[in-house]
Design a protein around this ligand. Sequence first.
Ligand SMILES: [Zn+2]
Length: 299
Amino acid sequence: MLRRSFMCAAAIFSLLAIGASEADSDHHRLCKGFVPPNDLRIPVGAKRNWAFMNATNGKGVTEAQYNTIVDRFERLYRDDFTKAGGTLIVNRLWESSLVGAFAGQKGDRWEIDMHGGLARHAAITPDGLALVICHEAGHHLGGAPKKRVAAWATNEGAADYYAALKCLRRIFAEDDNATIVADAAIDLNVKENCERQFTAPSDRLICQRTSMASASVGQFFADLFREPRPPAFGTPDPSVVEKIFDGHPKSQCRLDTYFNGSICHVDVSVALSNSDFREGSCVQPQDAVGFRPLCWFKP
Ligand SMILES: [Zn+2]
């Protein structure tokens, strides 16, 4: 466990010290996390006393739920990784207390580390955890824009966008979404947009369910960063960047990205591109909604 964390830290320091060209070589494992490194640790069996705001979205996921999500992800995505040139390796680190998830590439080993500490956080629901693994997949498969310091890696905002635009749609497609969504308190703004953007009932339901996953991780961000309230669907981040921001956007901006990805009308089967951000996604000015938010993206 310590060794793995150290590898991530060492890779980051190497990157800072030697610059991008060498950092991309096989000698350095780059770690793109779901959240920035943090001191929170949630060991197996921990009492739920870490939640700053007494998160009520969930109770964290069980080990069985964790394995079910990773199983499904591996089954659905193994071939996609192969086609893209890598071998998917998900490291199931349930015993780890670390609150994070990471992606890294070493040659054709395209890895995802899923730490149990994040899965056990009170704000994380099974759907929230699915979003987390989809974000990590997004670093590998999410297309442009890539990180300036690591050419293989889709940047943070784009990995979030990919998670909602492509990955969760496939993960959720196998479920009885009408039943799942029926009992949930779906934001009215979400409902209206999902109905406006999609005609197929199945698409509308997945759109709504993605908002449930987004609310889970939104609560998680707010808790982790001790923010006074979780991000909300009706209060988008108004900021506009002057150049693309590669790091982790602020909590509201990340929720906006999930929301926009979920309401983009482009079909899940239309792939994203490593060179042209327009392909497979919603873009301005053609699309009024569903594009990458300007709080991290500059077209
Ligand atoms: Zn990330």
